[in-house]
Design a protein around this ligand. Sequence first.
Ligand code: UTP
Length: 290
Amino acid sequence: MTSPVRKAVFPVGGLGTRFLPVTKAVPKEMLPVVDKPLIQYAVEEAFAAGIEDFIFVTSAGKAALEDHFGRNHQLEDALAARGKAAELKVLQATMPEEGRFSYTRQQQPLGLGHAVWCARNLVGNEPFAVILADDLILSQTPCLKQMVDVYNRHGGNVIATMAVPHEQTARYGVIDAGGVQANPVPVRALVEKPAPDEAPSNLAVIGRYILQPEVFSFLERKETGAGGEIQLTDAMAKLIGDQPFHGLDFEGRRFDCGDKIGFLEANIAYALARDDLGAAFAERLKEYAN
Ligand code: UTP
């Protein structure tokens, strides 16, 4: 019997320097894809995977995130007075049941591993998911739901993977599956940002994880890795061998919304996929095709 995955951690402590100047006063996770902020896509994906408790690891300047998921009585009253029922329904989706959302602060941007460690007391001694909102995934079945299905079969730890061009391995954590071709595939080792000639594969780790709480004991050591940061990949790598550890090459398309090109592409893909906008937007895009 595996314990169910009930909690998800959303590390939103990064500085988002690649998006300056907008990220000076607006958290990167509040950037909209069409009309919804990145963080709301992440929360909806977690909800669809059965997550009950949502834990945000924030930093200075991220108050807009908490406001986004809080009530705004003035706005609600104004919409009600104007009979805007559809807009009120849109607002409903941003208001979780009280007590389901928790916020804790990462006091220094020491890396993703450190951000996850900051959530240790809120997670406690149970398996948990981690979702990076800047990795946006358009899929038939929500990516985290696909991973929970694998977790329910295999237990242990499950990470999302994606094949990337070999010359790009230095941008990602990369898995070593010992040449085994399977999906999900048992992971034998993990390497953070390997040079292409040192990469054990071209299967990159994407921002979705299901982890066992033992990972906190390795994060606790605060060892720095690539880029001088406390890397989640390094702590996860230490679980391999002691616990089941699988990589899932998920169904769906991932957009790196932490990068300008990926973010712009996500806006196009999500707008084209919308029933209310897709056809009209496709028509307009033709003007830019050349
Ligand atoms: P990134 O590597 O994209 O860093 O973090 P960043 O600071 O957000 O953005 P740039 O590179 O300066 O533009 C990957 C994920 O890890 C989180 C980020 O919020 C993002 O979701 N993170 C990173 C933290 O929560 N804390 C950290 O110290 C570092």
